[in-house]
Design a protein around this ligand. Sequence first.
Ligand code: 6GU
Length: 252
Amino acid sequence: MRIDVITIFPEYLAPLELSLIGKARKDGLVDLRLHNLRDYTHDRHHTVDDTPVGGGAGMVMKPEPWAEAFADVLASGEKESDGALTSPLVIFPNPAGEPFTQRAAEQRSEEPWLIFACGRYEGIDERVYEYLGDQGVRVALSSLGDYVLNGGEVAVLAMTEAIVRLVPGVLGNPESIVEESHTSGLLEYPLYTKPASWTSPDGVQRDVPEVLLSGHHARIDEWRRERSLERTAERRPDLLEGRALPGEAGSR
Ligand code: 6GU
């Protein structure tokens, strides 16, 4: 999978060298390239923003550097892959975008080529989206959640991690994906390790639930599913809306 990131703060994305994603890059599973938007400006101050037409607070990113950056990145992908990379998906992290969910991460992990375009300031000139669309480029606006960040960079870190860990070969134990929160549409059940009986520093003896020590796998699965449902009802009732209740037709 190839991932390009266009940003005015490539240093913000330094953590992508580390840990799981760093390893995936070294192993050749992900070809991740950072591009500085300021390299596509031609004035002495490398200007990427200007005041909003029509008035208003803050600054807006100018269209010209974006058009040049996309031309360069799109051409390099087409050239270097000998035609293997055809249609990239361009993702603009944006609080006004569609929510980025586990499902979106799954879908995007199957794309051969993603381009993240990080806006800053109040946003990017609308004509950039329009232009890309007219060129036949697939464009998505994607939001991490209902709060505002200063720019797309932190969102790219989060989205890239969620996507790349789903690329085959990246995780050591692919089964751990099947079990985790959100994959099933429910929150994950509580986890325990040894010792089975632990006395915490406040002097309270805290035991692992008995059923987990029973070796009875069907009972353990049932207990975990109940705990998942309980937790989801408590913390994220919105995830249960539209699901059949236990005992109703269509539920197991
Ligand atoms: Cl993707 N970008 C920005 N700038 N702010 C956000 C966001 C994205 N998701 C939530 N807040």
